[in-house]
Design a protein around this ligand. Structure first.
Ligand code: MUC
Ligand code: MG
Length: 378
């Protein structure tokens, strides 16, 4: 039997190319946990756990994830069969509640190693690709309409993105609506405009907001109200012509089933981090598909590791109606992949090669570590 021998966590801090203004936080750095799992046959798998804005988005922080993995998950994994990913994750599930993003980092590393061991891509283990390129949105979140429009124009000219997600909910409703309308007016039919409120609106604001967003020409609104308000989300979904997408409310298959049963959304943002890994995210997508709910490949603004893992899964989904937002690596000033992911013709090219399809440059990884190894960075 090939055993799990070693589980390591690295916290990385990656500066962003510009400030990223969200309803609940302004990001200038993104912090992530990278997990490296080594098996007794020498095969190594990589995984990532990312959240945004420290503890302002969800209950997990990178520091907490590293602790949960090192202290509680690793002892449950050492000595287990490296090829039995489901069994290893069930063992963790029996002793660790919640902590989906930390579980995602571990599960992804196990899946990556399992696929590498067989010499196949992770997509191959999930039924094989139905597409080689994933339409990829970009988030405009500089905090200023004129800067956002200039950024969108550059990206359209470069044929990198023609789907833009705008982060709103921080300013007064009328200011946000004026911001969206100005961007839609400037870009017209050349781009799809979508907004993410990150739970910031009251139900009353949301009713006004959705009507105005539809008038302004936006195509979709993401998580307008708090994750605890499923009945309100369902009413908004039924009452307005603009598509309503569920994000924060979805933490795995049980939530997906609950939201689908309540007709609580038109679209699901399927996220590996929120679901608890690649396998759990596939279940969320399956529930959406069975319920006739649209699918969007979401991100937690991961580095190349989490982005490549998500790309492997999203490439296998028969329906990916709303494309993806796997732009994470493009928001950072730095990267630690040996070969960067390729973005062209408004899409992310699904990486080839075994496992999640990437190789890590160890020196560049070390340079981004919060606890830089002394030998290299004394
Ligand atoms: C979220 O709330 O969807 C994804 C893109 C982005 O800019 O923020 C994230 C998280
Ligand atoms: Mg969101």
């Amino acid at each position: 039997m090939t055993k799990i021998e070693r589980v390591e966590t690295f916290i990385l801090d990656l500066p962003t190319i510009r400030q990223h203004v969200l309803a609940m936080a302004t990001m200038r750095t993104q912090s992530v946990v990278i997990v490296r799992i080594t098996a007794s046959d020498g095969v190594v798998g990589w995984g990532e756990g990312a959240t945004i804005g420290g503890l302002s988005y969800g209950e997990e922080s990178v520091e907490g994830m590293a602790l949960a993995i090192d202290t509680y998950m690793t002892p449950l994994l050492i000595g287990q069969d490296a090829g039995r990913v489901g069994a290893a994750m069930a063992r963790i599930g029996a002793f660790v509640q919640g902590n989906n993003t930390a579980k995602c980092a571990v599960e992804t590393a196990l899946q990556d190693a399992a696929a590498r061991r067989l010499g196949v891509s992770l997509a191959h283990l999930f039924g094989g690709r139905v597409r080689d390129r994933l339409p990829c949105a970009w988030t405009l979140a500089s905090g200023q309409s004129d800067l956002d429009i200039a950024e969108a124009e550059r990206l359209l000219d470069a044929r990198r993105h023609n789907i833009f997600k705008l982060k709103i909910g921080k300013r007064a409703l009328a200011d946000d609506i004026a911001h969206i309308a100005a961007i839609k007016r400037a870009l017209g039919d050349r781009a799809s405009i979508r907004v993410d409120v990150n739970q910031a609106w009251s139900v009353t604001d949301a009713r006004r907001g959705l009507a105005a967003l539809a008038d302004a020409g936006a195509d979709l609104v993401e998580q307008p109200v708090g994750r605890q308000h499923l009945p309100a989300l369902a009413r908004l979904t039924q009452d307005f012509p603009i598509a309503v997408m569920a994000d924060e409310i979805l933490r795995g298959a049980e939530d997906a089933f609950r939201v689908a049963a309540a007709a609580g959304a038109d679209v699901f943002s399927v996220k590996l981090a929120q679901s608890g890994g690649v396998g759990p995210a596939a279940k969320v997508a399956a529930i959406a598909e069975a319920a006739g709910i649209g699918i969007y490949g979401g991100t937690m603004i991961e580095t190349g590791v989490g982005t490549a893992a998500a790309a492997q899964l999203f490439a296998t989904l028969p329906r990916l109606d709303w494309g993806t937002e796997l732009f994470g690596p493009l928001l950072f000033t730095d990267d630690f992949l040996a070969t960067p992911l390729r973005y062209e013709e408004f899409a992310l090219v699904v990486p080839d090669g075994p496992g999640i399809g990437i190789d890590i440059d160890p020196d560049r990884l070390d340079a981004l570590r919060r606890d830089r190894p002394r030998s290299l960075h004394a």
